[in-house]
Design a protein around this ligand. Structure first.
Ligand code: CA
Ligand code: CA
Ligand code: CA
Length: 466
């Protein structure tokens, strides 16, 4: 029954979807938050990079919140060892694809104490909202002292239980991006136990110190702050922070070279007119010109709650606080289609996620001690709970080819929608009388929901199609 109630809610959310959204503050008072990840049980794991941005290293933590926003605990406090200067700190968090069984949580952080400075990914085992058994699965002794361009996100590819992908920026040293001998300016791919997959594109001897850094998956990136896997195809989509002229989003493929530092956007570095001259490099799928917005989090939305975003790339930015909505088109979903700004403007967005119920979550963060997780849902998502009931009859039921719905007093102009059990609207009509005959010959056999909404009242009936 609970499941049916959820489906009814989903179907009504469609009914009411009219591009009106409500943002609520789910969690406030976050200190320098950077990224978040949902657990299968709905909890939110969130990184706080630590420090005041430039000096001390307090509050460098991975925190855990309930789906309702209650603080449940601290997975790990990195205060004693983290380097938090500028863009460094506790940055990325990923949950093992088999989290329900192993409770493994992976965290990207910049290590300072004891020296030398290192970029690390550490795996913890979560129990009752606390971490234990820290195990280093990735480490790079970082000779670059710049505070910026660390990248810092971690993701597993849906459907692949074994490989962890890591983004590291060029460490503010441009030539790094084209060098296959270090991990900077790259997307890396490792086995989740820390070993190196032999099918990586630049794998030579399995030793990162000789020949190629065998962990490299893609290169020529400047600072891919975040990336995501589409659930619709198997590509990585990554946000890319340009220098002064173009921010980018890239569709990142195995072994790809994304052009930095020769190219920025579709052009040579710093240009708005001279086409990218690096042969073999892969151009971005979309760009933003100056003043650069500083693109941050990125998802490809895939949930029936907000069909207007289905299959779209949603990209947050720091400087404008906007969410850019980019339609992916073409059979490979690799071409940017219509692009528009989400209607609400926030401030300093650093990450975006899709919640289990299909709402969009963003982090308002940066160098602040009052960071916020905002939850963005359709404004009318829960309206059905307060609307008056509308009674109507459906017959015959089960039905084949046509079905009639009838009600004593439902007015002309009522919206009638038939949804399948995934929440997708398969038929939409507007009533012209108190009786309606609806052609359902195109529907395959199965169970559907019929919603009728006369503007004030709503009702739902099950429909069996034979
Ligand atoms: Ca090697
Ligand atoms: Ca590029
Ligand atoms: Ca993210």
């Amino acid at each position: 029954m609970k499941k049916l109630a959820a489906l009814l809610s989903l179907c009504f959310a469609f009914t009411m979807a009219n591009a009106q959204y409500t943002s609520t503050n789910l969690v406030t008072g976050l200190k320098y938050p950077v990224s978040m990840q949902f657990a299968p049980d709905g909890r939110i794991f969130l990184t706080q990079k630590g420090g005041d941005g430039f000096a001390s290293n307090v509050d460098g933590q991975v925190r855990i919140f309930s789906a309702a926003g209650a603080s449940l605990g601290v997975l790990w406090d990195f205060t004693d060892s983290v380097e938090t200067y500028f863009e460094r700190g506790v940055l990325g968090v990923a949950l093992d694809p088999d989290f329900d069984n192993n409770h493994f949580v992976y965290v990207f952080y910049n290590h300072k104490t004891p020296a030398p400075a290192r970029i690390r990914v550490v795996r913890f085992t979560e129990t009752n909202n606390a971490g234990s058994n820290p195990t280093i699965i990735f480490e790079y002794t970082d000779p670059f002292t710049a505070g910026n361009h660390t990248g810092g996100n971690l993701h597993f590819k849906p459907g692949d239980n074994d490989h962890l992908y890591i983004s590291i920026g060029d460490r503010a040293t441009q030539p790094n991006s084209q060098l296959l001998t270090n991990p900077c300016g790259k997307i890396l791919r490792i086995n989740k136990n820390g070993s190196i997959p032999t099918d990586n594109p630049f794998y030579d001897d399995g030793n990162v110190a000789t020949g190629n850094d065998d962990r490299i998956w893609a290169y020529g990136l400047r600072n891919t702050f975040d990336f995501t896997f589409s659930t619709i195809n198997d590509s990585i989509y990554g946000s890319e922070n340009g220098l002064n002229t173009w921010d980018e989003v890239n569709q990142i493929v195995r072994g790809g070279n994304y052009g930095w530092p020769t190219c920025e956007g579709f052009y040579n570095q710093g240009s708005t007119s001279v086409a990218c001259s690096m042969s073999g490099s892969i151009l971005p799928i979309d760009t933003w010109g100056a003043p650069l917005p500083a693109v941050t989090g990125i998802i490809v939305y895939d949930h029936p709650l907000m069909p207007e975003f289905q299959g779209h790339m949603l990209v947050t930015d720091y400087d404008n606080g906007r969410i850019t909505d980019i339609e992916l088109t073409g059979t490979a979903l690799n071409v940017a289609g219509t692009r528009q700004n989400f209607p609400t403007i926030y401030t300093k967005l650093v990450d975006i996620a899709q919640g289990p119920e299909g709402c969009i979550y963003v982090i308002q963060g940066g160098y602040t001690t009052n960071g916020i997780i905002k939850k963005i849902c359709p404004t009318n998502m829960n309206v059905e709970s307060t609307a008056a009931a509308l009674e109507f009859a459906v017959y015959p039921n089960p039905a084949t080819n046509t079905v009639r719905i009838e009600l004593d007093d439902f007015s002309a102009g009522s919206a009638i929608e038939i949804c399948d059990l995934s929440g997708r609207i398969v038929k939409r009509e507007t009533s012209v009388n108190t009786q309606m005959q609806i052609d359902i010959s195109m529907l395959s056999s199965g169970t559907y929901l019929i919603n009728v909404n006369d503007g004030v009242r709503r009702g739902t009936r099950l429909l069996i199609v034979e």
